[in-house]
Ligand binder design. Structure first.
Ligand code: CP
Ligand code: NVA
Length: 310
């Protein structure tokens, strides 16, 4: 791999035009998948998981296969990493075998360290700070449904977590109007909000952080939520369930959005907790398009990072 390898660990490191380009490619790959059947012929991706996954694992593995390459599932429990081998050594060793690394980690610093020590591209498959591949799929879905992300009003209601952070950053880069509504004390990380505001200043996007569901959802074209307790926060689930109760996306809340609004959720979802079944299973729900778009968005990202032009 060359000295100019790129990583997709934090979308804040990517220029708006570069993210737009990945989404443009994703739309082309989705429309004509056969055109990319050999794009990554002979290339392989090591996929390290410290946490559970359905969508990320299967969409990356299937995506590599569909591009003519190979995705290798590696549970951190089975790797020597789980017995204390340093990240730095793991990154350097994997760089001698494969062409890219995708990692789902607890600490964001772990995926940053992988990127620092690997000589091959590293993709963040979710860390405690960010979920950049999810946001790519989310805005691909927005572009399909509404034509553009520019000026698009998306309101996320729930925990100021990794998914909320990537919606802020990717949304800001694409010129969207992103509002995050959380209970007091669960606002997004101020560092991420600062990055998003700086990005939005350059793209005409807008960032709003509030604790008011009414203020946030009014007129939104997408209402988005995620679990109240993320992986690793299971011990806080009972306390969070009480705090987040007024922040459930109910029919009443979804009804405050624009009449043609869509409902989004990264999945997995807990019906009756963060969202009512009547919302996620309604005609306005786009969650399965969103899940499908993980595949197309990530194939575009893989071609961009591991392909001949990458
Ligand atoms: N949305 C998402 O990342 O799902 P998984 O946890 O199943 O990968
Ligand atoms: N915020 C959730 C997203 C899961 C895809 C978590 O980190 O568990």
């Amino acid at each position: 791999m060359t000295a100019t390898k790129r990583d997709y660990v934090n979308e804040n490191d990517w220029a708006p035009e570069e993210i737009e380009k990945v989404l443009d490619l994703a739309a082309r790959v989705k429309a004509r998948p056969d055109g990319w059947k050999t794009a990554l012929s002979g290339r392989s991706l090591a996929m390290i998981f410290e946490k559970s996954s359905t969508r990320t694992r299967v969409s990356f593995e299937a995506g590599m296969f569909q591009l003519g390459g190979f995705g290798m599932f590696l549970s951190s429990r089975d790797l020597q990493l789980g017995r204390g081998e340093p990240i730095s050594d793991t990154a350097r060793v994997l760089s001698r075998y494969v062409d890219g690394i995708m990692a789902r980690t607890f600490a964001h610093a772990t995926v940053e360290d992988l990127a620092k020590y690997a000589s091959i591209p590293v993709i963040n498959g979710l860390s405690d700070l960010l979920h950049p591949c999810q946001a790519l799929a989310d805005f691909l879905t927005v572009r399909e449904r509404f034509g553009t992300a520019r000026g698009f009003a998306l309101c996320y209601v729930g925990d100021g977590n990794n998914v909320a952070h990537s919606l802020l950053l990717t949304g800001a880069k694409l010129g969207a109007r992103v509002t995050i509504v959380t209970p007091p004390g669960y606002a997004p990380d101020p560092r991420v909000v600062d990055w998003a505001r700086a990005a939005a200043a350059g793209t005409g996007g807008a960032i709003t952080i509030t604790t008011s569901v009414e203020e946030g959802v009014a007129g939104a074209h997408a209402v988005y939520t995620d679990v109240w307790a993320s992986m690793g926060q299971e011990g806080e689930a009972a306390e969070r369930a009480k705090t987040f109760e007024p922040y459930r996306v109910t029919r009443r809340v979804f009804g405050m959005a624009a009449s043609d609004a869509i409902f989004l959720h990264c999945l997995p979802a807990h019906r009756g907790e963060e969202v009512e079944a009547e919302v996620i299973d309604s005609p306005g729900s786009a969650v399965f398009d969103q899940a499908e778009n993980r595949l197309h968005a990530q194939k575009a990202l893989l071609v961009t990072l591991l392909g001949d032009a990458g």
